[in-house]
Write a protein of this length. Structure first.
Length: 384
């Protein structure tokens, strides 16, 4: 009886626990804070092509203003020196092309200091005459008046107030390679006939067809044209070092190339041999170049190493830079400076300025004193 009673009491106790007030459930753990995924980094920034001209000038701010007035360039951003005394880098947009500017120095000379430039920037535009007149009105000096040329363009050239050479071109005739060669032979013949007053040049007897496009699709707004000592060798180097594909080659009777084109990535690069009798001289003759070809690639380390293996001279090794690129610089066998870069980090202009200030006071010409572990950028590449 006692055992039965005890068992009943136990059951009643368990029943009371089951039917009594419930304990509040343990609250669920809060969800983890979402981890913000880093913004994907494009090795070749969208606003850049494979090749971008980087010009040395004696006054970056004044040059940016001139290119705005003369070429309709839009200043994307400028990077002041930490003390605010000067602009150490500027990035401009001209049509679909980017143009970069940096201050000249004794180590990185501009065209005024060198006495010229082996690089000409050519702009394909809808109206070469209007573009030429706008540049002259803004302060440029006419180098070659706009006129129809044997290769099918209406073309003119000028020197800007900072010594850089520019050309403006509108495509007006489509020519076959055979017609182009015939015209070139006539245009460069020692026995070419003199043009009659208001008459057409002799090469115009080889008639092309009206151009279907004033601005050819395969050119960017800015296309660089190099004068080199040994254009055929330069083509071989660009093919081996940068994977260039040859597009065109126009030899003179003496073997020199009057014009050639190669494709590097999405960019066309023009080049020709020296013609000192016409004022076209190379970087080797001038003792340097005031224009660096900034080359964005998928793998800067591999491309830089391949270029050096192919005959280029290393200026700086590939290192992580404050502007977010892995970057190294070199000089090709023709004396043209190159910067080889792969973007590995997205950096805003504000962050870039903070990093520069942390690195120390920049030296003359825009070169910074790097902090420990930070690679020093060459004077002609003080920012991307």
């Amino acid at each position: 009886m006692t055992l039965l009673r005890t068992s009943s009491l136990v059951c009643l106790g368990l029943l009371a626990l089951a039917c009594g007030p419930k304990q509040p459930p343990t609250p669920p753990a809060p969800p983890p804070e979402p981890v913000e995924e880093p913004e994907p980094v494009d090795p070749i920034p969208a606003e850049f092509g494979a090749l971008t001209p980087h010009l040395l000038v004696n006054d970056v701010a004044a040059a940016a203003e001139f290119y705005g007035n003369a070429l309709g360039a839009e200043t994307v951003y400028t990077l002041p020196a930490p003390d605010g005394s000067t602009v150490m880098h500027a990035e401009l947009k001209v049509g679909d092309s980017t143009l970069m500017l940096a201050p000249a120095s004794e180590e990185a000379k501009d065209p005024m200091m060198l006495g010229g430039s082996p690089v000409r920037m050519m702009l394909y535009v809808e109206n070469a005459d209007a573009a030429f007149e706008a540049a002259i009105a803004a302060g440029a000096i006419a180098e070659m008046p706009v006129a129809d040329q044997f290769w099918g363009d209406r073309y003119g050239a000028f020197i800007d107030p900072f010594g850089h050479s520019w050309a403006v071109s509108t495509h007006v005739e489509d020519l076959t390679p055979e017609q182009m060669q015939q015209r070139a032979e006539i245009a460069n013949s020692k026995k070419k006939r003199r043009r009659k007053k208001k008459g057409k040049p002799a090469w115009a007897a080889v008639e092309g067809t009206p151009a279907t496009q004033k601005v050819p699709e395969d050119y960017h707004t800015i296309t660089m044209s190099l004068t080199v000592n040994g254009a055929s060798d330069a083509i071989d180097f660009y093919t081996n070092a940068f994977g260039a594909t040859e597009r065109a080659r126009m030899p003179m009777p003496d073997g020199r190339l009057m014009h050639a084109e190669v494709q590097i990535g999405d960019a066309v690069l023009m080049l020709a041999d020296e013609f000192p009798e016409m004022g076209a001289v190379s970087a080797q003759t001038l003792g340097g170049s005031p224009v660096t070809l900034h080359h964005y690639v998928q793998d800067a380390d591999a491309t830089h190493a391949k270029a050096v293996e192919s005959g280029a001279s290393q200026v700086t090794a590939v290192e992580q830079q404050f502007w977010g690129d892995r970057y190294g610089s070199l000089t090709d066998p023709a004396g043209i400076p190159w910067g080889v870069a792969t973007q590995v980090e997205n950096v805003t202009p504000e962050q870039m300025l903070e990093r520069i200030q942390a690195m120390g006071q920049p030296a003359e010409g825009g070169a910074e004193t790097p902090a420990e572990g930070e690679a020093e950028a060459p004077a002609e590449a003080s920012a991307p």
